[in-house]
Design a protein around this ligand. Structure first.
Ligand code: ADP
Length: 370
């Protein structure tokens, strides 16, 4: 395969006009140093804060042009704001350059699963509340456009209000002290939704970027189940600090979980760890622990592939009933065994985020959040 050089990339970028019409993006000085690793090309485009929207469109064109260079299989173009005179607020190591930061949100993490019905949304919500119980400010974005269940799990209904007169931004819904946004608030319940990939991405970009989020340490994103193109694009275009994968102990789910790992690795999002859900059944009648699906598969698999194992959540009637009633266990039964498990998982997730110990193989681009 051809080896791509920074000069090849610059040559292509010189054919793209600068947004003010004066020369091209290279001659206008908008292109940062170009980092190349294998077939991945990364650089930043500088934009004046008032031109961010135009630049967002330009970024798409630039990425496309770079992807057209033989030997390039991935283009990551970050938008950086022009340095204000007072000096920029620089992103911390561990922050992700992709898609530009979301103002006020320190870390975005994805909760993903290889297939539906494994308890991904239940985990996302309780993990968010677990992080909150550590004293962190949290938000939840329901990106599962195919079956948005976060509103129900969080006991929320109704429609978000516009936060400005122009109706450009929405106020998130809020419950249990957590900001929540979901496509489920915006479309009538039981309306079948048929989504094509690009529609999913633009709907989610809007939910993410056009919501007036309160400042948060962590935003938990409930991903659509599976590992197809939609999920891949989402993982690639959202500025994720890391991902958590939920799996049930069944072998099949584990095979799917492996696909999830491969997906995040492909787009250089660090996998924080695997959570085994419906791991075992605690019988209310006899008090015994029944390992219905065979147990320990996820832990063994995590060890085998070198990914942290974050914990195992039992199959439990209370957990299901509380979830379905919009009263997640971590909020409504904080002293329960399940809540302790989720808090323990949350501690590990926060340690990974805050410690900056997440391995990201690609070089970083510093993004100014001016
Ligand atoms: P997904 O997001 O993977 O489709 P959900 O979180 O919506 O899955 O969970 C599917 C169903 O399983 C829900 O009814 C939920 O209450 C239930 N559930 C999830 N985890 C557990 C658990 N550990 N114990 C009992 N029920 C669970």
């Amino acid at each position: 395969m051809a080896t791509v050089t920074a000069d090849d990339v610059r040559a292509v970028l010189k054919r793209i006009a600068a947004p003010d019409g004066r020369g091209n993006v290279v001659s206008a000085g908008l292109v940062s140093d170009i980092a190349i690793q294998g077939g991945t090309v990364m650089f930043a485009l500088t934009a004046a804060p008032q031109h961010m929207r135009a630049m967002e469109m330009l970024r798409g064109a630039v990425e496309k042009a770079v992807l057209g260079i033989p030997g390039v299989d991935k283009a990551m173009v970050a938008l950086t704001a022009e340095r204000p005179a007072a000096g920029p607020a620089q992103a911390q190591p561990g922050d992700n350059p992709r898609g530009g930061a979301v103002p006020g949100i320190r870390h975005l993490i994805a909760v993903a699963s290889g297939k539906g019905g494994v308890g991904k949304s239940t985990t996302a919500v309780n993990l968010a509340l677990g992080l909150q119980s550590l004293g962190l400010r949290v938000a939840v974005l329901d990106a599962d456009v195919y079956g948005p269940s976060v509103p129900k799990l969080m006991g929320l209904s109704g429609k978000p209000e516009a936060s400005d007169a122009a109706g450009k931004k929405m106020k998130p819904m809020r419950r249990h002290g957590v900001d929540v946004m979901s496509i489920g608030f915006l479309v009538p319940e039981d309306t079948p939704m048929i989504w094509r990939g690009p529609m999913v991405m633009s709907a989610l970009t809007q939910l993410l970027r056009e919501t007036e989020w309160s400042p948060a340490d962590v935003m938990v994103i409930d991903m659509p189940p599976g590992t197809g193109d939609v999920q891949l694009t989402l993982a690639q275009q959202t500025p994720l600090s890391g991902a958590v994968i939920v799996s049930t102990p069944q072998d099949l789910a584990l095979i799917d979980a492996r696909k999830g790992l491969a997906m995040f690795r492909k787009v250089n999002v660090p996998v924080i760890g695997i959570i085994e859900n419906m791991s075992y059944f605690m019988c209310d009648a006899c008090g015994a622990r029944h390992e219905i699906f065979g147990h320990g598969g996820a832990r063994a698999e995590a060890e085998r592939i070198g990914v942290p194992f974050l914990g195992e959540v039992p199959l439990d009637k209370d957990l299901r009933m509380r979830s379905d009633a919009g009263e997640p266990v971590v909020a409504s039964m904080p002293d329960s065994q399940h809540s302790a498990i989720y808090r323990d998982v949350a501690r590990q997730v926060w340690a990974a985020l805050a410690g900056g110990g997440l391995a990201r193989p690609a070089p970083r681009i510093v993004v100014d959040n001016a």
